[in-house]
Ligand binder design. Structure first.
Ligand code: PRP
Ligand code: URA
Length: 226
């Protein structure tokens, strides 16, 4: 029997032009993503899985958040501890599908503020159409996590990041579950300062701008529409 390859590398960074891309390839995330892709997965399970994967990714996405030293009184004595520094971070889902990722992350970061960016993709042009924008004040020491399960052409993410920057945000990370190479490239070209975290980098887009193999329309599967 062939030996089973073992690795502790749950994280992969793409070489070259995808230097800003982190694939969070933890076995639990990959397992859940496989169920998520499955056509027969119910709306209820889809919603739960999106939240769970987002929650699991949070550990890696927050790895380099700045911390500061604080005093803490234990029941026995005073000591020093560490806590996350800066303004309360902001979770910003791109409507609709990004909403599915908020709760999972907020369970780990309950103090997070939540903003909303309303964008949909025009079915003909595949260009993003903006319809809503409301985010927490963009102070320089606030981290923004922009959330959307799908990075396809990249049009929506590029536009959402631009609106965040226009509002004054300086520290932005983009979290998705499935990315297409075309979208990653577009995002890196437009916003090379924004780190991208994904659970999977898929093969390509089809002629309608859907990710292959992908998981279909994330918004429809999440909310049971169509
Ligand atoms: C989907 C998805 C992203 C966008 C990705 O949203 O949730 O926001 O498409 O595609 P892009 O990278 O080519 O811009 P959609 O436009 O279907 O809106 P919805 O979530 O309201 O259904
Ligand atoms: N939006 C989705 O929901 N799925 C895709 O595959 C592409 C864009």
């Amino acid at each position: 029997m062939l030996p089973v390859p073992r690795t502790t590398a749950h994280i992969a960074r793409m070489p070259g032009s995808f230097a800003n891309l982190t694939i969070v390839a933890h076995p639990l995330i990959q397992h859940k993503l496989t169920i998520l892709r499955q056509r027969s997965t119910s709306t209820k399970d889809f919603k739960q899985l999106v939240n769970e994967i987002a929650m699991l990714m949070t550990y890696e996405v927050t790895r380099d958040l700045p911390t500061e030293t604080v005093e803490v009184d234990t029941p026995l004595e005073q000591t020093m501890g560490r806590r996350v520094a800066g303004k309360k971070l902001a979770l910003v889902p791109i409507l609709r599908a990004g909403l599915g990722m908020v709760e999972g992350i907020a369970q780990l970061i309950p103090s997070a503020r939540v903003g909303h960016i309303g964008l949909y993709r025009d079915h003909e042009t595949l260009r993003p159409v903006s319809y809503y924008f409301k985010v927490p004040a963009a102070e320089s020491d606030r981290d923004f996590f922009l959330l959307d399960p799908m990075l396809a052409t990249g049009g929506s993410a590029v536009a959402a990041i631009q609106t965040l920057k226009d509002a004054g945000a300086g520290r932005i990370r983009f979290l998705c579950l499935v990315a297409a190479p075309e979208g990653v490239q577009a995002l890196l070209d437009a916003h090379p300062d924004v780190p991208i975290f994904t659970a999977a980098l898929d093969r390509q887009l089809n002629e309608k701008g859907y990710i292959l193999p992908g998981l279909g329309d994330a918004g429809d599967r999440l909310f049971g529409t169509r």
